[in-house]
Design a protein around this ligand. Sequence first.
Ligand code: F6R
Length: 608
Amino acid sequence: MCGIVGIVGKREVAPLLVDALKRLEYRGYDSAGVATIHEGHLDRRRAEGKLVNLDQKLGQYPLAGRIGIGHTRWATHGAPTENNAHPHFCSGIAVVHNGIIENFAPLRAELIADGAEFHSQTDTEVVAQLLAAYRKQGLAPRDAMQKALSRLEGAYALAVLFEDQPDMIIGARSGPPLAVGHGSGEMFLGSDAIALAPFTDEITYLNDGDWVVITCDRLEIYDQAGQPVERPSQISRGAAYVVDKGNHRHFMEKEIYEQPEVVAHTLSHYIDFAEGRVRLDTGRIDFANLDRLAMSACGTAYYAGLIGKYWFERFARLPVEIDVASEFRYREMPLPGKMAALFISQSGETADTLASLRYCKDNALTIGAVVNVQESTIARESDVVFPTLAGPEIGVASTKAFTCQLSVLAALAMIAGRARGTLSIEDETRMVQALVEAPRLFNEVLNAIQPQVETLSRELSRFKDVLYLGRGTSFPLALEGALKLKEISYIHAEGYAAGELKHGPIALIDENMPVIVIAPHDRHFEKTVSNMQEVAARGGQIILITDEKGAAATTLETMATIVLPQVDDIVAPILYALPVQLIAYHTAVFMGTDVDQPRNLAKSVTVE
Ligand code: F6R
């Protein structure tokens, strides 16, 4: 999604803005731009594509100025051209925007009727035009801003420069986050603390509906009604993280290989290793007395939730209602008492997940959130936060956040099982022991399977379609495998419950459709083998991901069999995520795609 930065200070800002934008690259974007005010004159540089293009342009045509705003755009309204890139200008006003102005069409029509001329296809330009119209009516910048904000519907974070106010930036937030960074004689605006980390670690987050005026030495925050409000500042952890690839070719690769460490770190938060048991403190969520749990999330986080559903229902006998957040929020699901809600999100800013959370909150449910970004809106609006300790995930395709989400959900399902008296001490101890040993196994597996996966991926990169199959918790993993492959390699892939094969997708099977079967030797194994037979009988090529027992029990010829160590059911989906991720990663590398920033995708999806 779009990234915003703003700097008002004492140094030349154009290179600093570009540096900050580089730290926001991970969010996904397709054009970029900066604007500054120098000697009373507002000017901008914009470029299609990657920041390197903007950098080159600035090299050729430098921009002076000690105040400026910058933007990486992830196109929503209008193609990713230079002309649609932000900042958008109108009569000495510059605007950058993240989100969607939902009522832009009537606003645009109204402004055109009043004589405005539009120069882009974006929704953002209506904000610049609206501000210009109010300024023309004689309103001061702050009043114009407040009036313009009252007209906007949708989700937005904004940063605005006024040519006649060369020491002031106005920011606003309704939906996507916006943070103010406190410097010494300088102030900053940013979409997140990671962008501002080179400048400061003292951050004030705006609440939804807030807008802020920053000058080089102060900030004034106002709420929606225009009343001055105080928001606390905090020391952000964003600064502590070095955002680089280390010795890896891509962030995604680095993040895959970080999993043994971050999963161990996450598990240690929920498991008392000395006691060999899960920690029971779940704050306001009283698992013992729940009738049902509602869960929701998007994409990979949703698949983590689906696996969690299997665990909650099996180990805690707790029925789970789960849906993708874009459906959940509009489904008008009845939410009776004795129900709690759990939301899963890496970024903690996903618009649909946040809207689903608010729906549950309005219905008086206790809200829990499994989130990676602890300062995020979802974390702040939840009653109980269950952190994933994955560290910043920069690759657009989620990897380490997924396995950390699974680790938290596994622990929570066990905690719920213990609280509800449905999980015996023996089972809990066995599962804890299995989880404790898992990170070491992950390390071994990553190193052991890498050469085989590379060879296989070279083969896979020749195909146009791939099918993933699994049963039980391997079914959501099949969905995740297909998502991972298609989003970074652009090979069409589908995930199916293995039992569904004969209800339709079997029609697709031929020698051009490799089928990746995720099948640990668990209670579903024999059934999945039958489905593999059906594939083999129709000339389909099978890639089997299984364990030693599974490999020994299968006589079918496969294109490849990836053999993992034997593990407990609770560890299997976390462990099997590794080959699934590596297959997608290496295939994408062979295809030569932009692995960390795949086309059209954004890291933090703050629009519907
Ligand atoms: C896929 C992926 C996305 C996210 C989804 C939710 O690799 O990363 O499907 O999982 O956009 O994002 P968060 O977890 O930030 O709510």
